[in-house]
Design a protein around this ligand. Structure first.
Ligand code: ZN
Length: 198
């Protein structure tokens, strides 16, 4: 069912493909854009044009930025900690940056190993990681606590070997502000295993 002309319909269909937006939200967004043509639609269109021209994928770490190497890779202060955080996706890198994890560097894998979906080691930025690893004193596997994520973490640990580099992973356990009663059994047993002295 068309809500407007083909231009409007196409805009709705494109927006509906964005995460968090279904067809219903996309229609509302498009209607808002049309109503606020001067304040919203024209600046958005111009911002998209500029972003299309400017966006680069960092040749070193896989982050997205308007320069390559990205601002994180180009920042010399970030080499001091010697920590390289390995993440699945740019969204995870941004989440860690928002959390203020400190002067660290990142490596974006671009996914996790998933034989069912046909994702093998060659589909991820693992060779690049192996090449960068000797520059760092600690590799932190900040990979999601899913089955595929943990399989990927094991694979990377094997490939890195047990040489000079220290390999760690994020702690799994009770979230800040979390109540024990609401946690699933897996999280609770992990939290007990990873307990720390007080
Ligand atoms: Zn980078």
């Amino acid at each position: 069912m068309a809500s407007g002309g083909p231009e409007i319909e196409q805009l709705i269909q494109l927006l509906a493909r964005l995460p968090g937006l279904g067809p219903r939200s996309a229609r509302r967004a498009v209607l808002q854009l049309i109503k606020k043509k001067q304040q919203l639609m024209i600046p958005l269109s111009a911002a998209l044009d500029r972003a299309v021209e400017a966006v680069r994928t960092c040749e070193v770490c896989g982050n997205v930025d308007t320069q390559s190497p990205c601002a994180i890779c180009a920042d010399p202060r970030r080499s001091e900690s010697g920590m390289l955080l390995v993440v699945e996706d740019v969204a995870d890198l941004w989440a860690l940056e928002r959390a203020g994890v400190g002067a660290v560097k990142y490596h974006v894998l671009g996914g996790v190993l998933s034989p069912l979906d046909g994702v093998g080691p060659d589909d991820l930025a693992i060779e690049g990681l192996l090449a960068r690893a000797p520059e760092f004193s600690e590799i932190v596997l900040a990979i999601n606590a899913t089955v595929e994520g943990q399989t990927t973490a094991h694979y990377i640990t094997d490939r890195l070997g047990h040489g000079v580099t220290k390999i760690t992973r994020l702690a799994h356990g009770v979230p800040v502000g979390g109540e024990l009663d609401y946690l699933d059994e897996g999280t609770l047993s992990q939290a007990l295993k990873a307990r720390t002295a007080v």
